[in-house]
Design a protein. Structure first.
Length: 509
């Protein structure tokens, strides 16, 4: 794709000419902002369950002032299920200077949401403050749940990841006319977005499309094809069809999330078959299919797949506490619940015993929080840094240890706390409830620190502290005040040091 570099910049309605056509955005707080720009054709009709296809050109000027509709998604946590259109594959761009000669660094955000929810148009992802520091920020939409990640016959695996690759190809081919440098692209994402970043690092199709990566709270859940296919059978069964692209294409997209939700709600009854993922539960994740995703990120990075990509990776200290609140067990975890979690999630045949011995003073609830956090986010994030170093690359490690004052102050440094701090949106969006109202000067200062580190990494590949190595194990501890020191989760690190985070298997057929 060749992009025409002739733009019209007005005081309030900047226009950019791309190869597909002209888009008109708007001026907001000194930035030119373009929303809902398609990077691929809507994946419906004949394109349902297919790899993303290039967007067709349009005549005239296309308004780019409203976010595209979110993809169909789970409603279990109250996510928007607005079905107003099928233009799910769009990007949003915030740029300080839509001049093809500007050559600004580019940051591409991949939203999280457990691979079943995700909406780049949420207020917590508004990139005005982040782009205000001198970067072009892009956010993207991708297919979720059954549409994006179910392993079904007649369709490529990991369609949601292929959507992300297509968005990055759009950035490579188009971002220059928005003022960005296609040779200075950083991908960043949190939770499932962080898992997506990890997957992209391992994907041959994504090679060369980005040059730095920020992976926040990387989930350790990657599925084997057998496990993913078995889950797809269950989802299709909820709809009364076969798990094939042809059968599922006859079902309206808006109906699919409810089938995924039904399977998710009943996962505990399939524990002997599906194993660890029934504990959270987690019905969808990237599939190590051998083609789109040849290996898990940890295995691929250790083999050098991303040695030329600088990596910034980390997690929050109390990753699981928010989920305990959502599950209704915060402050009420029983001994039996802790034993179940330890025996199911702790690594190795004697993992439960080793956890209790390693944390002799911990209460049942503390152990429950620790093993859940370690299994799902903390140790996968740490191991990604370790794998990157083993493969000859460079990684910077961080941990967010600042306790959130909002929501009664009982959630600590919980999952998702990093999102408002990275974007600087401390009063808008659901995660802002963690910050407190009004935000304290300490929160504002910490947010400025983190935004500064992320943008410095995007510009220079150096967030401002030494790279992680096996000898010193230095990490940035974001707190008030922030410090650089030895990675603090040494006990957990030792418990998990021999775990490989393999693709999760189907336990029984």
């Amino acid at each position: 794709m060749v992009v025409t570099a002739s733009n019209k910049v007005s005081a309030s309605e900047p226009e950019v000419r791309t190869a597909a056509g002209v888009v008109r955005g708007r001026r907001e707080a000194g930035l030119a902002v373009f929303r809902g720009v398609p990077f691929a054709e809507p994946p419906v009709g004949a394109l349902r369950f297919a790899a993303p296809q290039p967007v067709r050109s349009w005549d005239g000027v296309r308004p780019a002032v409203a976010f595209g509709p979110p993809p169909p998604q789970s409603g279990m946590l109250g996510a928007s299920q607005d079905a107003a259109g099928d233009d799910w594959l769009t990007v949003n761009v915030w740029t300080p200077d839509p001049d093809p000669e500007a050559g600004l660094p580019v940051m591409v955000w991949i939203p999280g949401g457990g691979y079943v929810m995700g909406n780049a148009g949420l207020p917590e992802y508004d990139a005005g403050r982040l782009a205000g520091s001198g970067t072009v920020v892009v956010s993207l939409g991708y297919r979720l749940g059954i549409e994006g990640f179910a392993q079904i016959d007649g369709a490529p695996a990991n369609r949601g990841l292929l959507d992300q690759v297509a968005a990055l190809q759009w950035v490579r081919d188009t971002i220059r006319v928005f003022g960005g440098d296609p040779d200075q692209v950083t991908v960043f994402g949190q939770s499932a977005g962080g898992g997506s970043v990890a997957a992209l690092l391992a994907m041959p199709r994504a090679a060369g499309l980005f040059h730095r990566a920020v992976a926040q709270s990387v989930p350790g859940t990657f599925f084997s094809p057998e496990l993913a296919a078995d889950i797809a059978v269950a989802c299709a069964g909820e709809l009364g069809v076969r798990p094939t692209a042809s059968d599922l294409s006859a079902v309206a997209p808006a109906r699919l999330p409810a089938a995924g939700d039904a399977v998710s709600a009943g996962m505990a009854g399939r524990r002997k078959r599906w194993g660890q993922i029934t504990h959270r539960p987690i019905p969808f994740a990237p599939v190590v299919d051998g083609d789109v995703l040849p290996a898990t990120p940890w295995r691929a990075l250790a083999a050098g797949a991303a040695r030329d990509v600088a990596l910034l990776v980390g997690h929050t200290r109390d990753e699981h506490r928010l989920f305990s609140l959502i599950d209704g067990v915060l402050g009420q975890v029983t001994h039996e619940q802790t034993e179940t979690a330890l025996h199911l999630l702790a690594p190795g045949p004697d993992g439960a015993r080793r956890y209790r011995e390693a944390f002799p003073a911990a209460t049942d609830e503390e152990l429950y929080e620790l093993v859940n956090a370690d299994w799902l986010f903390r140790m996968p994030s740490l191991h990604l840094a370790v794998a990157q170093i083993a493969g000859g690359g460079q990684a910077h490690l961080y941990e967010l240890t600042w306790s959130a004052p909002g929501a009664g102050g009982g959630l600590g440094a919980c999952h998702g706390l990093d999102v408002p701090l990275v974007f600087g949106n401390l009063t808008s969006g659901r995660p802002a409830m963690l910050i407190g109202d009004p935000p304290s000067p300490a929160a504002e200062e910490l947010s400025a620190q983190i935004r500064g580190a992320w943008t410095a990494f995007a510009v220079h590949g150096d967030p401002g502290w030494p790279a992680y190595d096996a000898q010193h194990r230095l990490a940035r501890l974001f707190d008030q005040p922030s410090t650089t020191g030895a990675y603090p989760e040494e006990t957990s690190r030792m418990l998990w040091q021999d775990h490989a985070f393999p693709a999760l298997p189907l336990l029984a057929r």
